[in-house]
Design a protein around this ligand. Sequence first.
Ligand code: ARG
Length: 463
Amino acid sequence: MADKTSNQMWGGRFAAGPDAIMEAINASIGYDKRMAAQDIAGSKAHAAMLAATGIITDSDASAMKEGLDSVLAEIEGGNFAFSAALEDIHMNVEARLKEVIGAPAGRLHTGRSRNDQVATDFKLWVRDQLDAIEGALVALMRALVAQADAGADWVMPGFTHLQVAQPVTWGHHMMAYVEMFGRDLSRIRDARARMNECPLGSAALAGTSFPIDRDMTAQALGFDRPTANSLDAVSDRDFALEFLGAASICAMHLSRMAEELVIWSSAQFRFVSLSDRFSTGSSIMPQKKNPDAAELIRAKIGRIFGANVALMMVMKGLPLAYSKDMQEDKEQVFDAADNLMLALAAMEGMVRDMSANRDVLEAAAATGFSTATDLADWLVRVLGMPFRDAHHVTGTLVALAERQGCDLPDLTLEDMQGVHGAITQDVFDVLGVHNSVASRVSYGGTAPENVRAQVARWQEVLG
Ligand code: ARG
């Protein structure tokens, strides 16, 4: 007979309870209580299926349903005493159900195991997060599209190597991020579609001899179908890894945008003003307005990518089927999900609130000989020069302007003709930044008309 200190759920073969250290390393209730709603939804679906298939009676099933609802109410109301001795959310819920409804609770675990139960709960939790992230991404993209719409034809410097390269439009720059986050959205949707198979009923690893109806539970929980292999189903955490992979790429994108906002909001750039709502002050320097939200978003990739690597390492080399190693999946995913949601919301707020300093952007657009390529293209188009020669002539003119301490449009026609005699007054048309951006009408180029077309396309997609 089991010692009364041994575990009430599995203690039958044990003479004594676990050492305190054993309990501490084994228990996951401290964090997997976050899956209470999913656990109870899974149990309700399982109970209804057990009754529908005649494995348990209808009256047991309805006692279970009512009992599970009241346990959930206790948990949500903060009136539930979680117990580390009961290890995890699955056993905490079941033990409490026993207290609430008595004997019928003992039949709930028929034809299932904690292994398929945890895989199901965790999938449901990750699926909810994917849906929440999808919503947050769409909100951020809408904010970016609104910025692009407002400034479709505002000019700013485009950079390569963080050196001024060619003028671009503000709208085009904003829409570049829309494309990035659009790929994140598609990755999230792909992951959701692929993961949406229900492990419940795979039992411990081999399936069950009870005549369960896995299609019924899958459908009740919003899955497309049951998983096809019980060994794989209880040991698969690809869905968590795909989530972390997609989250890592998204966080990487956020970090790039955050970095630009840090640079752009500096006194040296002044490309944008961040709102007071998304900035902080310094406790010693009264003049400071710091882009802390952007800096923190920039940093979030660290823990999210860390979670991705950590879970990869946990899963690497695990033999089939379930191993307790896999319990280490949840904290990583919970932390990554929380922080990605926070970062997306903060970025959306910053983008919505920020104002582009149009004049500063325009003045900066003309610096750094940003229309040199336009000049070279003009030499090719109008004078029929080979591009390589035009590149050389333009380089000579840039060097001349540099020596004179001026920009290309400030050179005189005589200066130009001194370098190449056939240059005419018309060249000055292409040296203006507005003409430059307006000319870049190739598909995907920075011209305001292209930006407006992309804004319209995304407005349609995003609804
Ligand atoms: N808490 C466990 C986990 O998170 C649940 C599954 C336990 N299964 C077992 N056979 N001990 O993975």
